[in-house]
Design a binder for this molecule. Sequence first.
Ligand SMILES: NC(=O)CC[C@H](N)C(=O)O
Length: 235
Amino acid sequence: MATKDDVTIGILAMQGAFAEHQVILQKLSIKRKVVTTLVRTMDDLERCDALIIPGGESTTIALLARLAGLLEPLRAFVRKKPVWGTCAGAILLSSSVEGAKKGGQELLGGISVTTARNGWGSQVESFEAALNVDGLRDSLKPFTGVFIRAPVILSISPTALEPPVQVIARLSTELLPKNQTLIPADEDNTDPRDTRCVVALRQGHHLLTTFHPELTRDDRFHEYFVRECVLPSLI
Ligand SMILES: NC(=O)CC[C@H](N)C(=O)O
């Protein structure tokens, strides 16, 4: 049972890698006690100070959230409290998505980016890459990004009113596996405004990673989310 000094972080548990996030959060060693809760109902969501939307299948997560009556409550939550989306969760937090199936894809929005689903190819084209991430604990030590049918960030919208988008990690194209081509494959990536190599960013108290920090044994992204996004929002 959470006390008023504890921080409750929910993990949306419709489908996907929610259990892995919970395991890492439960082992975090930080000043405040973190209580985790799997979110499947409105009551679960109401207890949360912040939320993680895991990787999985964004269309399935959205469909199951709709069936659970959670889509609108989740949208309202994103407007108020910190949310971190990993992979499929990153797609759901995007303001728009390209390559959505016919009939469209329901999004929660919250972060001013346009993403493309499966932008690095299919499951067999999954890969790992070492990332340098601004603001991570021991930031000189690279973080292993696990990319599984990951989305690509096609653009970051200029934001006049919202908090600015802050890129915290880019993939170095030289580190990409040889069979990996960035969409669209025929363009080079020398333009600094090219967002296709951006793999982690923040906007206000929201965090987006196109890869899966929960599938590593490295807790630094979870610690970062709590330290940089969640705790400041409670003050
Ligand atoms: N690993 C993942 O979360 C994959 C995301 C998936 N490609 C989607 O569109 O939702």
